[in-house]
Ligand binder design. Structure first.
Ligand code: ZN
Length: 140
């Protein structure tokens, strides 16, 4: 199996074809756009914050399978966690994309590990998480 084949594992394609938490929710607290010009990927995140927690996270966007699957996986992994946990998750994910071993809390997101071997696609997988960190920046 080539590296590119490995990238398009079933789980990634499933998230791309049937994304979770996709769409603009009726109410939200923070809206944050992100773009990856090198591939043309776009994501917009919608966050609801409640009592120091990321109560819900939805997204809209377009782009390659990796960027959109990563966004879908991220919404499942990050929803319901404390803001600190969400930041830690995002940093663990970007560390994995730099070649570090995935930490346990990444769960299904560890499936995107092979992206680290394809430098051109690292920004695709990182886009949703970089955008999420930016959205959380104003929160202490
Ligand atoms: Zn892309």
């Amino acid at each position: 199996m080539s590296i590119i084949d490995a990238l398009y594992q079933d789980a990634i394609l499933t998230h791309y074809r049937r994304p979770r938490n996709r769409g603009v929710p009726p109410t939200f607290d923070i809206e944050q756009e992100g773009v990856n010009p090198s591939c043309g990927d776009e994501v917009t995140l919608y966050l609801s914050i409640d009592n120091g927690k990321l109560a819900s996270l939805s997204f809209t966007g377009q782009g390659c399978a990796i960027s959109q699957a990563a966004a879908s996986m991220m919404t499942e992994a990050a929803s319901g966690r404390s803001i600190d946990d969400v930041r830690r998750l995002a940093l663990a994910f970007t560390a994995m994309l730099r070649g570090e071993e995935p930490s346990e809390e990444l769960g299904e997101l560890a499936l995107l590990k092979s992206v680290a071997k394809v430098p051109a696609r690292v920004k695709c997988a990182a886009l949703p998480f970089v955008t999420l960190l930016r959205a959380l920046e104003p929160l202490t």
